[in-house]
Ligand binder design. Structure first.
Ligand code: ZN
Length: 404
C-alpha cells in the first residue's frame, strides 16, 4: 500500500513537472525571472493594487513612527546590496534602513532591474525617514516604503513606468508611480500573517447555482455537486465539484476584495489572490485571468444573465471587506460562476491555464476514483487540501512560479 501510494505521488509529481515544463517552454526560455515578459508598464499616478496604500489588501495600516529611540528601531535592517545605489542625502545612513520584508522585496527588485537593463542600477532615494518629510501616516516612518528610480536619468524617464511594474513583480504589496521622478513602493509589516495567502477562496456566504436550479451557499456545497460554470464554447453549463482546495467555513474576519459591477449590477467577493477573468472592453476582447487584487475599475467581468448566457458587465467599484469563511471549490471545468460572476477555481499564480493543468491529476483521480471509493472522495478535509499543499512545495522547491 505504501509503495502504491508513493508510486501515485511520483506519477503526480511527474505529471506536474511535465505540465510546468510544457508551460515554461511555451513561455520562452527561462534564464531568470526577468527573461519573461514583465507585464505592462505603469502609467503616471497609477497604483497597484488599485486600492488605498493602507488598506488590508495593499500594505495595510501604518503602525506608528519608528524613531532611533523606539524598540522597533532595532528591527530595521541595513541594506548593503551592491546592485543598489543609496542616495543617502541625509548622510545618516537612514536610506539604507528598512523592514525585513521591504529589504527582501528590494533585493528581488534589484535583480529584476539587472536582468531588464544590465547597464543600469536601481537607486533608492528614500527609505526610512526620521525627519518627518512625508505625509502623516507615511510608511516611510516605519521603514516599510522606498522611493525608487534608475541610475541613468532623473526626470520623465519612460523606463520608470516599467520599473513600477518590476516592483509589482518583485512582490511589493503596493506600488505607486508617484511622480515623474520616482516610484514609491511599500510592504506590509513583518509580523503580518495574511490569511488570504493560504489559497484563494470565496466566503461562506458566496453562492453558486446547481443544475437543478437551486442556489446554494458555498459552505453547503458537497463534492460531486454540479455547479454553474462556463464551458469551453463560452456558454453556461454545469460541472462537478471534484474537491475543495481549502475549506475553513468558520474562520472569521478574512479580508476579501469586493468587486461591484454596473449594468447589470453584481457583487462578488473573493480573497485578493484568487483568479478572476476580465476583459478590457465589452466588445468580446480576449478574457484575461488575473488576481482579484489586480482588477481595476473600468474593466469588464462576465456575469450570468440567464441560464445560457454570460455578458460583460463593467467594474464600477472595488473595496476591501471582512467576511467569514475561506472556501475554494474546484470544478472539473476549472472555473465557477459565483454570485453570478465568472471566476477561476484557482489562486496565487496569475496563470489560470498552468493552474488548471497542474490539477489534471486530481481530475483523473476523481474520474476513476469517485465511483469506486465514493466515501473517500466525498469527505471534505478541514483546511487546505494536501494536493495544493504538495503543488506549492514542489513549486517553491523548483522555483517555477512566483506565488503571491
Ligand atoms: Zn515614497
Amino acid at each position: 500500500m505504501a509503495i502504491a501510494k508513493s508510486n501515485i505521488l511520483c506519477q503526480l509529481i511527474a505529471l506536474f513537472v511535465a505540465a510546468q515544463l510544457r508551460c515554461s517552454l511555451s513561455c520562452g526560455s527561462r534564464t531568470g525571472y526577468g527573461a519573461r515578459n514583465p507585464g505592462s508598464p505603469l502609467m503616471l499616478y497609477q497604483c497597484v493594487p488599485d486600492l488605498l496604500e493602507n488598506s488590508q489588501a495593499a500594505s495595510g495600516p501604518a503602525k506608528g513612527k519608528i524613531t532611533r529611540n523606539s524598540p522597533e528601531f532595532e528591527k530595521l535592517e541595513p541594506c548593503y546590496n551592491t546592485a543598489i545605489i543609496f542616495k543617502d542625502e541625509e548622510g545618516t545612513g537612514a536610506d539604507r534602513l528598512m523592514s525585513k520584508r521591504c529589504k527582501e522585496k528590494l533585493i528581488e527588485l534589484a535583480s529584476l532591474v539587472k536582468n531588464q537593463w544590465p547597464s543600469l542600477k536601481l537607486v533608492v532615494t528614500e527609505a526610512w525617514d526620521e525627519q518627518g518629510q512625508h505625509s502623516k501616516n507615511s510608511l516611510h516612518y516605519e521603514g516599510r516604503a522606498v522611493d525608487l528610480r534608475l541610475s541613468d536619468t532623473y526626470k520623465s524617464n519612460p523606463k520608470l513606468a516599467l520599473l513600477g511594474r518590476l516592483a509589482v513583480n518583485a512582490g511589493f504589496d503596493y506600488v505607486l508611480y508617484e511622480s515623474e521622478t520616482h516610484i514609491h513602493a511599500s510592504v506590509r509589516e513583518d509580523s503580518y500573517v495574511d490569511k488570504s495567502k493560504r489559497t484563494g477562496c470565496f466566503s461562506s456566504e458566496s453562492t453558486v447555482r446547481l443544475e437543478n436550479g437551486a442556489v446554494l451557499r458555498v459552505d453547503h456545497l458537497k463534492i460531486s455537486d454540479r455547479v454553474q460554470v462556463m464551458l469551453q464554447d463560452g456558454t453556461i453549463g454545469y460541472s462537478e465539484v471534484i474537491m475543495f482546495a481549502d475549506y475553513l467555513p468558520n474562520i472569521p474576519k478574512v479580508s476579501h476584495i469586493l468587486i461591484e459591477t454596473e449594468n447589470p449590477e453584481r457583487k462578488v467577493t473573493m480573497t485578493p489572490s484568487h483568479i478572476i477573468f476580465t476583459r478590457g472592453d465589452s466588445l468580446g476582447s480576449k478574457l484575461t485571468a488575473k488576481q482579484a487584487s489586480m482588477v481595476s475599475a473600468g474593466e469588464f467581468l462576465l456575469i450570468s444573465v440567464d441560464a445560457k448566457r454570460l455578458v460583460p458587465s463593467r467594474v464600477a467599484n472595488i473595496s476591501v471587506v471582512e467576511k467569514t469563511g475561506m472556501i475554494a471549490p474546484v470544478t472539473m471545468e476549472g472555473n465557477i460562476i459565483v454570485d453570478g460572476v465568472l471566476s477561476s477555481c484557482y489562486a496565487r499564480i496569475d496563470d489560470h491555464r498552468s493552474a488548471h493543468l497542474a490539477f489534471a491529476p486530481m481530475r483523473i483521480a476523481y474520474n476513476y476514483g469517485f465511483r469506486a471509493w465514493n466515501s473517500t472522495f466525498s469527505a471534505i478535509q478541514q483546511g487546505m487540501h494536501w494536493y495544493p499543499k504538495l503543488l506549492i512545495q514542489i513549486n517553491n522547491a523548483l522555483g517555477i512560479h512566483k506565488l503571491s
